[in-house]
Write a protein that binds this ligand. Structure first.
Ligand SMILES: *[C@@H]1O[C@H](CO)[C@@H](O)[C@H](O)[C@H]1NC(C)=O
Length: 339
């Protein structure tokens, strides 16, 4: 494997402090006059569909001021992503969050941002900025969407996605391309995958828990990086990220072809589950079913939460895959998803 760089824990810490921490550290070092300083509130966690609050509390109220909430997007080109601006009298939402964003105003000093119906792409860093004449103070809060990262390969085999195809494929499986921090956290939770995949920022990585020669000789456990790749030319797998779903997945046992499995779900007022939906059920409902079943992309998988000898014999919990079998082979059950 050429071009192989290994990002170890220390590497990551240095990297992350280079990218994220200064903003917070600077805010703390500023000795804020008006805003309550982090790290009292540094990170908020929520699942898709939930309502969350990003706290921002005034400690002193200037005579006239505005509070501006924006999302920090290091890769964004163009103007900043303003979410809302408020003054004493009112509050105006902007941008794609629209009415999902509002100010909490639980008390006189409250400028906290409420976000309803959390979505996967809400994950990230948010800035609460107080503007008072020429004075300007801000604090940064990160929003962590709780979820699961899964590697995704095309039906056409390993390494067949360009960046945009990877992005599209994740979207078709009820997910988004994962960020580096999402992949990193998934790795700490046990994700081990010996194929490189696209991340949201156009870089390519793969997470290894158990070093083995096939996944890079002489390397330690860690996230391996190919760095930024050519989004149009280069082809890899995808790392997708999803979170809790509103509906639920259920298994119908039988010996179905792909077509029969799809019909079976439809007769029950449901549809064949998307890969992201099965992962979400596994992660959030501890879904466990020791039977291979068709999913809507034509793959056959099954979710294991309580690993046991006769269910694949792998010691770790996970969603197992039989790949993309012949669609006319009538050998599997069906995983259906009902809203
Ligand atoms: C979330 O917020 C929306 C809109 O503000 C509200 O209609 C809904 O009931 C809230 N959901 C929960 C679970 O609090």
């Amino acid at each position: 494997m050429e071009n192989l760089a290994l990002i170890l824990l220390f590497g990551w810490i240095t990297w992350s402090s280079a990218v994220y921490i200064p903003e917070r550290a600077a805010a703390a070092a500023l000795n804020l006059k008006y805003l309550l300083e982090p790290p009292v509130y540094a990170e908020v966690t929520g699942r898709r569909g939930q309502n969350i609050t990003l706290p921002c509390v005034l400690r002193a109220k200037p005579s006239q001021y505005r509070v501006k909430w924006s999302k920090l997007e290091p890769e964004r080109v163009g103007p900043e992503n303003v979410i809302l601006v408020s003054n004493e009298k009112g509050c105006k939402p902007y941008g794609p969050l629209g009415r999902r964003a509002s100010l909490r105003r639980a008390h006189m000093m409250d400028a906290s941002l409420q976000l309803s119906h959390l979505q996967l792409q809400d994950d990230g860093m948010y800035r609460c900025q107080l503007v008072h004449g020429i004075e300007d103070e801000s604090v940064v809060v990160s929003l962590w969407v709780e979820g699961v990262v899964f590697p995704y390969q095309s039906e056409n085999g390993r390494y067949s996605f360009t960046f945009h195809e990877a992005k599209e494929s994740c979207a078709q499986q009820d997910s988004t391309l994962a960020s580096f921090s999402q992949l990193y956290r998934a790795w700490t939770e046990g994700l081990d995958w010996c194929n490189a995949g696209w991340l949201r920022d156009g870089t390519v990585h793969y997470p290894i828990i158990q070093p083995r020669p096939a996944c890079g000789v002489g390397l330690l456990s860690g996230i391996r990086s190919y760095g930024a790749k050519d989004k149009k030319q280069d082809r890899f797998d995808a790392f997708c990220f999803t979170s809790q779903t509103a509906g639920y997945v259920f298994y119908v046992s039988g010996s179905f072809s792909f077509r029969q499995a799809a019909d079976t779900c439809e007769r029950q007022g449901a549809r064949l589950a998307l890969v992201g939906q099965l992962y979400a059920a596994w992660r959030f409902q501890k879904y466990d079913q020791c039977d291979g079943g068709w999913l809507s992309d034509g793959s056959v998988r099954f979710p294991i939460s309580a690993p046991r000898e006769r269910c694949g014999g792998i010691a770790e919990a996970g969603v197992r895959s039989f790949g993309f079998p012949d669609k006319s082979a009538s050998l599997y059950g069906a995983y259906c998803y009902r809203q």
